[in-house]
Ligand binder design. Sequence first.
Ligand code: SAM
Length: 167
Amino acid sequence: MPRHRIYRSNAERQSAYRQRRRRRLPVYHRHKSDEWETPQELFDELDREFHFTIDLAALPHNAKCARFFSPGDDALTRHWEGVCWLNPPYGAKLRHWMKKAYDSAQAGAIVVCLLPARTDSRWWHDYVLPYAEIRYIRGRVKFNGVSNSAPFPSVIVVFKKNSPPPR
Ligand SMILES: C[S@@+](CC[C@H](N)C(=O)[O-])C[C@H]1O[C@@H](n2cnc3c(N)ncnc32)[C@H](O)[C@@H]1O
C-alpha cells in the first residue's frame, strides 16, 4: 500500500511535487551546467592537432591533461600559458572565462575551447566573433556520462595571438 503524506501547507505539497518531478526528469535536464564533460574522441582529435599542455577547467576524474586547474585552484585567478584546453563551466561566469582566454592569447597562449554556441550573448560578440577562429560542430555533442545528446549546439573556438584577422 502506498503511504500518503499529509502536508502542512500547500507550499509544502508543491515543494514535494517539484522534488519528485526533478527526480523523474531525464539526466540531461538536470545536468549541472559546469559538468558537461568532453567526449574523449572529440578531445583526442583536437589534441592530435594542438598537443595540449594543460586543461584549464577540470576535476581529477574528468581532467583531459595531466596538468589541470580545478575549482580549488580557480583558473580565473591563475596565469594561462602554453597550449590550453578549455571546456569551461557554462554558467553565468562564461563571460569571464572568455575575457581571460582572449587576454591570455594576446599574451602568447593558445586557448582552444568547447563552448555552447550562444551566438546572441555579449561574450560571443565581444570576444569570440571578432577575435577567435570558430569551428561549428555539425549535430549535437553527446557529452560523457549523459544519456542524450546536448539540448544545445556547440562550437570549437580557438584563441591565438592576432588570429584571425579582423573580419
Ligand atoms: C565542463 S567541465 C569540463 C571537464 C573536463 N575538463 C572536460 O573537458 O571534459 C568544467 C569543469 O570545470 C571545473 N571548474 C569550475 N570552476 C572552475 C574554476 N574556477 N577553476 C577551474 N576549474 C573549474 C568544474 O568542476 C568542471 O569539472
